[in-house]
Design a protein around this ligand. Structure first.
Ligand code: BTN
Length: 334
């Protein structure tokens, strides 16, 4: 099943009528008259809207009344009240998909998709960094964002790092939770992974055609179960759920806040204000100033994490030399 923010016909119209009249009942006849559809069609829409998690009360001889909004990240819920100029203005939503990243890459070269967000409740073949699998059960937030950035190509390696800062800012703003950033782009709480990111890029003649940012957030997941399935993954350091299973927090405002923060950060990158991002990232970093191990494709390096360079490289120093690392996993010795 796919829903979008731009092509839903009468389903969303029925829903907006219910939303704008939620202090009264709307009769099936009224809805059918206003919408110019049959009463059977109205009933089918009501059934569908209910199946999307909205609570609609129905009273004989009075009609329908919306009593509760949904917690599902439906496209129109995200675009409604979103304050961005570009990011998230166009949203695709799936119940299930192989990978939002794969779908986003397929649509990415079309200029209309600049800023588009692809979300799925579940992924059957979620992709992590370095070709690792990314388990994506219901309850998490799995999304990919298509961007046609105007910033310089040299910013590309800093971009996912900056995006992880945007996510940490959104976590703070929405839930007042302080998270940490683990190089390059993991967001952690209590030393465990709450979110991860990856970027797929298409570059031609030294110019970025598109970037697709993939974001996986363990929003409300069974972390113990995921840890059990993932414990053999290379450099695995544990999973934490952002929201406890007993909490009833909606992910909608959170995703809106993230898209907003992301757009702000892209604006900083456009203006070449990398220093601001590096300063804020460093404040939230769990590694800078610490002795760490970096696992790269050519082996492990021990050293002190000194700073983040302008291009997102992590600079580490040991008694042999100082090195700039552009790809790898940070390991915090216990
Ligand atoms: C990591 O390894 O830390 C990056 C994980 C990125 C996962 C997200 S979930 C949405 C998008 N679709 C994918 O297949 N992967 C990314």
């Amino acid at each position: 099943m796919i829903y979008t923010s731009f092509d839903n016909g009468s389903l969303v119209k029925v829903l907006s009528l219910l939303k704008s009249h939620n202090s009264e009942y709307l009769s099936g006849q009224d809805l059918s008259d206003v919408m110019k559809i049959s009463r059977v069609a109205v009933w089918k829409h009501i059934k569908k809207i209910r199946s999307l998690g909205y609570k609609i009360e129905s009273r004989q001889n009075r009609g329908y009344r919306l009593v509760n909004n949904t917690n599902q990240l439906l496209p129109w819920e995200i675009t409604d009240g979103l304050n961005t100029k570009l990011v998230g203005k166009r949203v695709y939503y799936f119940d299930t998909i192989d990978s939002t990243q794969n779908f986003a890459i397929k649509i990415a070269s079309n200029s209309i998709e600049n800023g588009a967000v692809v979300i799925s409740q579940k992924q059957t073949r979620g992709r992590g960094r370095f070709g690792r699998k990314w388990l994506s059960p219901q309850g998490g937030i799995w999304l990919s964002i298509v961007l046609h950035p105007t910033f310089d190509i040299s910013v590309t390696t800093l971009f996912p790092i900056a995006a992880s800062l945007a996510l940490a800012n959104a976590i703070k703003k929405t839930f007042q939770i302080d998270s940490k950033l683990k190089w390059p782009n993991d967001v952690t709480i209590k030393g465990k992974k709450v979110a991860g990111m990856l970027v797929d890029a298409s570059v031609e003649s030294n110019k970025i055609q598109y970037l697709v940012l993939g974001v996986g957030i363990n929003f409300k997941v069974n972390s113990k179960q995921l840890e059990k399935s993932l414990k053999k993954t290379v450099n695995f350091y544990g999973i934490i759920s952002l929201i406890d299973k007993n909490e009833n927090q909606s992910p909608i405002l959170f995703v809106q806040n993230f898209l907003n923060e992301l757009e702000n950060i892209i604006e900083l990158l456009n203006q070449e204000k990398r220093k601001i991002i590096i300063k804020d990232w460093t404040k939230k970093s769990s590694s800078i100033g610490k002795n760490i191990i970096i696992s790269t494709h050519s082996g492990k390096i021990n050293g002190n994490a000194i700073k983040l360079d302008d291009d997102g490289a992590l600079v580490i120093k040991n008694n042999k030399n100082t090195q700039r690392i552009l790809a790898g996993d940070v390991i915090h010795p216990t």
